[in-house]
Ligand binder design. Structure first.
Ligand code: ADP
Length: 308
């Protein structure tokens, strides 16, 4: 019997957002709107999304001993996340400085801060939390060696879910544990090395998401999910590749959709759903999240997903 349906090990950031007429160029100063401060970071977002759906959720993260850290702890607790695993201090809370122009294009500078100080030793110290969790989900806004330590510390029967964002090459030990590896189009292409990045062969990856899923599966994960925005998602495992339809909605703001999708998928998998059924549910959660502004503010309750 597990105490938690989902443990998220990941980042917590304060998103500092300013609207501007024009994003500044080098050496330029522009005036913008009033500052808006929102709780964010992929780990914190996933934990809030899962808890709002009704999952018994815990977060293992690190924030600074500062106002941004308290904002993040408050938003986790308000959503019902167990924050006993959130460590405080060592560096300022992670921050994303975001400028958004009227067309919605943004420029973002991230200071990882305390997220970069979530260490393998912190994971070892949280062994009881890992062992109490049916599913453990991580992303890559914390050090990769910390993610490796999570894989090593999993309970024998618990399930590991990874959204490799921001994408970077993954050790085979981590890939082999993923069930599933969850990627969007950009992450899939970077992992497969066909995005024009250094060392990749231009045009070496086909345009078919089914091919990405098959190629990623060959790298070792037990299953793969590719999210395709308004096109829905597809799931791939030894049993084959299956498309998951999207839900047609009027999209207002897609921020956090991937985090809500991942949290919902991880929770449903832990509850015993098949990969395809869990992805279909997660697709409804992602769709609900894009109908509202913001990240954490946009995440639906289970009743809101039912009503969609
Ligand atoms: P990310 O935010 O990581 O780029 P996606 O944009 O692929 O991820 O979104 C994650 C999931 O959210 C999608 O697989 C889909 O189920 C849902 N979703 C995202 N955008 C839309 C949309 N415009 N309409 C309906 N569903 C959407």
């Amino acid at each position: 019997m597990y105490d938690y349906d989902l443990l998220v090990v990941g980042s917590a950031n304060a998103d500092l957002v300013i609207g501007v007429e024009r994003r500044p160029g080098a050496g330029e100063t522009v005036l913008g709107s009033d500052l808006a401060v929102h709780p964010g970071g992929k780990g914190a977002n996933q934990a809030v999304a899962a808890a709002r759906l009704g999952a018994r959720t815990a977060l293992l993260a690190r924030v600074g001993d500062d106002a941004h850290g308290r904002l993040l702890l408050d938003s986790q607790r308000a959503a019902g996340v167990d924050t006993a695993g959130v460590l405080v201090g060592g560096a300022p809370t992670g921050v994303a400085l975001i400028t958004v122009d009227p067309s919605g294009d943004n420029s973002i500078v991230v200071s990882p801060g305390a997220n970069g100080r979530l260490t393998p030793a912190d994971v070892r110290d949280a062994a009881s939390l890992l062992h109490a969790s049916r599913v453990v989900s991580t992303q890559l806004e914390i050090p990769l060696e910390t993610v490796v330590e999570v894989v090593r510390g999993l309970a024998p029967d618990s399930r590991f879910v990874l959204n490799p964002s921001p994408p970077r090459p993954l050790p085979s030990e981590v890939l082999a544990a993923c069930d599933p590896l969850i990627v969007n189009e950009h992450e899939a292409k970077v992992l497969l090395g066909g995005d024009g990045a250094e060392g990749s062969v231009e045009g070496s990856v086909s345009d078919a998401p089914e091919d990405w899923a098959r190629l990623l599966l060959e790298r070792g994960p037990r299953s793969v999910v590719v999210t395709l925005g308004a096109e829905g998602a597809l799931v791939a495992s030894a049993e084959g590749v299956t498309r998951v339809p999207s839900v047609k909605v009027a999209a207002v703001d897609t921020t956090g959709a991937g985090d809500a999708f991942t949290a919902a998928l991880a929770w449903r998998l832990g509850a015993g759903s098949s990969l395809a059924d869990a992805a279909a549910y997660a697709s409804r959660v992602g769709a609900a999240a894009v109908t509202r502004q913001g990240a954490q503010d946009s995440f639906p309750t289970a009743a809101e997903v039912e009503a969609l």
